[in-house]
Design a protein around this ligand. Structure first.
Ligand code: S3P
Length: 165
């Protein structure tokens, strides 16, 4: 079994919302690795970062991505940092991976200045900028193709992906 499409991209790129729309449209299940981790751990992502640190979260994330890639045939959304792991990038080869591109302003608007995402605490705008700069080349490397999401509704983005696949 293999997901029909894997969505990658930064926080605020719309992976969760676009993933749900695609899954509804195709009548398949949607899976999100952050939700898998929270369910398995019985804790939120923020609690895992606070209690055990980012390294432990990344271990859990690598395992969650591996399990989902092996056992899920619907739409799969990965947490924004999942592609940082070499093992995850290797596993993505051969899958249809869509990178949801987003610029700084739209990403900040979508996550909101009051976000509880642990990596964005402090100055949201400068943290988002640093993550976009660091990770955009990695998303480009793993993606089969990418879709621009700036200024567009999730419905519009899902439509473009569905037409392309
Ligand atoms: C992270 C993104 C989050 C979540 C965690 C770390 C990241 O997922 O996995 O807070 O490193 O970019 P979303 O991209 O779904 O917000």
């Amino acid at each position: 079994m293999s997901p029909r499409v894997v969505l990658v991209g930064p926080m605020g790129s719309g992976k969760t919302t676009v993933g749900r729309l695609l899954a509804d449209r195709w009548g398949v299940a949607v899976r999100d690795t952050d939700e898998d981790i929270e369910r398995a751990e019985g804790r939120t992502i923020s609690e895992i970062f606070v209690d055990d640190g980012e390294d432990r979260f990344r271990e859990l994330e690598r395992a969650a991505v591996a399990a989902a890639l092996d056992a899920h045939d619907g739409v799969l959304s990965l947490g924004g940092g999942a592609v940082l792991a070499d093992a995850t990038r290797e596993r993505l080869a051969g899958h249809t991976v869509v990178f949801l591109r987003v610029g700084l302003s739209d990403a900040v608007k979508r996550v909101g200045l009051g976000t509880s995402r642990p990596l964005l605490l402090g100055n949201v705008r400068s943290r988002v900028k640093a993550l976009l700069d660091e990770r955009t080349p990695i998303y480009e490397q793993v993606a089969t193709f990418s879709v621009d999401t700036d200024g567009r509704s999730p419905e519009d983005v899902a439509e473009e992906i569905a037409v392309a696949l």
